[in-house]
Each structure stands twice: as structure tokens, then as C-alpha cells.
Write a protein that binds this ligand. Structure first.
Ligand SMILES: C[S@@+](CC[C@H](N)C(=O)[O-])C[C@H]1O[C@@H](n2cnc3c(N)ncnc32)[C@H](O)[C@@H]1O
Length: 237
């Protein structure tokens, strides 16, 4: 199957789960999964291993779990792109998010196939995990909060585990300013006013992870979006 056709099937399969969670959840899932390159990259690079205990910190409406489940479904149906490895199977998913509404949407969409809880990732306990995911979340925490969350994520990670973090690169010029502006509009729309955002330059994020004992690969992850996003794939050394 052609890659573009597979991506369309994956978006449709994953988004279908959100129909029961209401029109916003459904259209948001379609838009985000269709437009954000990080979801395809997780499959293309097989960044989540088979049988992984996934801990998604700041999981929003649980799009990652819906996407991985869609990948398993399409692959089992014989619909796959030959340039991609088989999708991960046998994983379990635990998501945590501050937003009650996002967690309600995740629960409606994912059902018993996932465990999604309302909580503050600065406070809740982390279960042992093989993949800890932080997509577009860390800049909401102040710098001590970021270091504490990353330290605890690494402490929860199995020795061969992986930490998947997406950040906006503060050195990214106009593209970075666009993502920052979009984040501020989203905060305003969510009624959080002018809450501060705590962004860093890519090299500073890598430095933080190095000091925590990680080897980190930085993968550009903006795709066709106007943002300065980077996926950090960090592994304990
Ligand atoms: C930009 S969204 C990303 C959602 C999800 N990771 C994704 O990629 O679809 C950021 C999420 O982080 C959550 N968040 C921010 N601070 C948090 C905290 N301290 N504890 C838990 N969730 C938090 C927000 O509620 C929001 O759902």
C-alpha cells in the first residue's frame, strides 16, 4: 500500500474511536493525527518496542494510544506500507493529563484498552515503563519542574527504555515564535490566561538530558507545519 494511502487509513481508523466522545474530539483527532508528523515518525522509526509499557505524560485526549491501536488494526488487516517496520504490538498504555475534559475524551475513545487518569505529572507516581512520552508538554512546566519530571521519568524507565520528548527549539527563529504564539492562543482559549511558557533552545534540552545521564538523538519534527519542533529520542546510558 502507498504511504499516503496508509496514513489516510490510520487517521480515519484512529479518529473513528473519537466519534463517541463528540464532534470536537473527532475533528481534533483527524486534524492532529493528519497534520502532525510525529505520529508517523513513531511508526517509521519504530520508536515504541513490542510489549512496551507506555507512560504518556500530558497525554491530552490519548491520541498516541488511538494511533498505535489503529496501526495494529491496519497491519492485521494486511494494509501496510512496505517501507515501514511492522507496528508495535502487545503494548499497554497509561496516560496522565491535568485536563478533565481531555481525559474524559480519551476514556470514551480508548475504553478498557488504556488507563487514562486526571493528574498533575509533577505530583503523580510513575509506574515502571519502557517508553515514557512527553509530546509538547514540558514547556508548560517551570525549569525545576521540567528537571524533576525528567528525572522521575528516567527513574521509572527500564534500562533499555526510551524517553520520547517533543519540544519547540527556542533557537528556531520565526518558526519557534509561531509555535509559541499558537501555544499562547491555546492557553487563552482554555481559560488559562497568560500563563508563562518555559521554552529552551534545543542544545539546552540536550544538555539537560545529558546531565541526567541520557544519550539523545534530535530528529526535526515539524514536517509541513510552520513550527520549530524537534523530537528528542533519549536513552539512559
Ligand atoms: C499541547 S497538549 C499535548 C497533548 C498530547 N501530548 C498530544 O500530543 O496530543 C499539552 C497537554 O499537556 C497537559 N499538561 C500541561 N501541564 C500538565 C501537568 N502539569 N500535568 C499533566 N498534564 C499537563 C495539558 O493539559 C495538555 O493536554
Amino acid at each position: 500500500m502507498h504511504l499516503r494511502a496508509l496514513k489516510r487509513r490510520l487517521v480515519a481508523t484512529a479518529a473513528r474511536r473519537y466519534r463517541s466522545a463528540g464532534p470536537f474530539a473527532y475533528h481534533f483527532a483527524r486534524g492532529k493525527l493528519g497534520g502532525d508528523p510525529v505520529f508517523a515518525a513513531l511508526l517509521a522509526r519504530r520508536l515504541v518496542p513490542d510489549g512496551a509499557r507506555i507512560l504518556d505524560l500530558g497525554c491530552g485526549q490519548g491520541l498516541l494510544a488511538a494511533w498505535l491501536a489503529a496501526a495494529v488494526e491496519r497491519h492485521r488487516a494486511g494494509e501496510w506500507y512496505e517501507g515501514w517496520p511492522a507496528p508495535p504490538t502487545g503494548w499497554s498504555f497509561r496516560g496522565i493529563d491535568l485536563s478533565r475534559r481531555a481525559v474524559a475524551r480519551a476514556t470514551a475513545a480508548l475504553g478498557a484498552g488504556a488507563c487514562v487518569e486526571v493528574g498533575d505529572i509533577r505530583a503523580v507516581a510513575y509506574a515502571p515503563s519502557d517508553a515514557v512520552v512527553l509530546l509538547d508538554v514540558l514547556h508548560y512546566l517551570d525549569e525545576p519542574g521540567q528537571r524533576a519530571v525528567l528525572g522521575r521519568a528516567l527513574a521509572a524507565l527500564a534500562p533499555a527504555g526510551v524517553l520520547l520528548i517533543r519540544i519547540g527549539d527556542g533557537d528556531g527563529g520565526l518558526r519557534f515564535r509561531v509555535s509559541n504564539w499558537v501555544d499562547r492562543v491555546v492557553l487563552l482559549a482554555r481559560g488559562r490566561g497568560f500563563a508563562p511558557l518555559h521554552c529552551r533552545r534545543l542544545r539546552d534540552w540536550i544538555g539537560v538530558l545529558e546531565r541526567l545521564g541520557c544519550r539523545t538523538d534530535a530528529v526535526p519534527m515539524s514536517g509541513a507545519t510552520p513550527f520549530a519542533n524537534v523530537l528528542l529520542v533519549a536513552r539512559p546510558q
